[in-house]
Design a protein around this ligand. Structure first.
Ligand code: ADP
Ligand code: MG
Length: 157
C-alpha cells in the first residue's frame, strides 16, 4: 500500500490513525534515510495509542518504553554497532510481547521478525512531501483495517 503525506504534521496524523489500530505483540519496522520521517511517524503511532508526552529519539538508550492504551516500545538502533549487543541487552524481549514495538533502523540488528508491518519512508520532490509504503510480513488479515483507516493518504500505485 502506498501513501503520501505533505508535511510533518500530516505524517503525525497518518501515524496516529495507524497507531489507533495497534495491538499487543504488533511490530512496526521503519526504514528510510536519515530525515525521512521515521521518528515523526513513530511519534504519530504513539499519539494514536494515547501517548502525549515528549518522545526524544532513544539514540543512545536504543529503546524507550511508554505507557499508552497498550505498552509502546520505541527503538532507534542507528547507533548499534553490533547486532549481538541487541540480544545481550535483552531488547528482543520487547518485541512481540505485551505491547507494540516500533523500530527505526531494524537492519542495524539484522532484525526481520514476522509477523510485522514494514514501513518505508522516502522523500519526494517537494521538501515536505513523503512517500510511505506499507507492506505486511504475515499480517495480511489486518491490512484491510489499516487501509480503511489510512484511505485519505492513499496513492494509486
Ligand atoms: P528520521 O527519524 O527518519 O531520521 P525524523 O523523523 O527525525 O527523520 O525527521 C524528519 C524531518 O523531516 C523533520 O525535520 C520533519 O519536520 C521533516 N519533514 C518534512 N516533511 C515531512 C513529512 N511529510 N513527514 C515527516 N517529516 C517531515
Ligand atoms: Mg529517527
Amino acid at each position: 500500500m502506498l501513501f503520501h503525506t505533505v508535511s510533518s504534521e500530516d505524517t503525525t496524523a497518518f501515524g496516529a490513525a495507524m497507531g489507533a489500530l495497534l495491538q499487543p505483540g504488533d511490530v512496526v519496522l521503519l526504514t528510510g534515510d536519515l530525515g525521512a520521517g521515521k521518528s515523526v511517524l513513530a511519534r504519530g503511532l504513539a499519539r494514536g495509542l494515547g501517548i502525549t508526552q515528549a518522545m526524544p529519539s532513544p539514540t543512545f538508550t536504543l529503546m524507550q518504553p511508554y505507557r499508552g492504551r497498550i505498552p509502546f516500545y520505541h527503538f532507534d538502533l542507528y547507533r548499534l554497532d553490533d547486532p549481538d549487543q541487541f540480544y545481550e541487552a535483552g531488547l528482543d524481549e520487547f518485541i512481540g510481547g505485551d505491547g507494540a514495538a516500533v523500530i527505526e533502523w531494524p537492519d542495524c540488528a539484522d532484525l526481520d521478525p514476522a509477523p510485522a508491518l514494514h514501513i518505508t519512508l522516502s522523500r519526494l520532490e517537494d521538501d515536505d512531501a513523503r512517500a510511505i509504503e506499507v507492506t505486511s510480513a504475515g499480517m495480511d488479515d489486518r491490512m484491510t483495517g489499516f487501509y480503511d483507516a489510512l484511505k485519505k493518504w492513499s496513492v494509486k500505485a
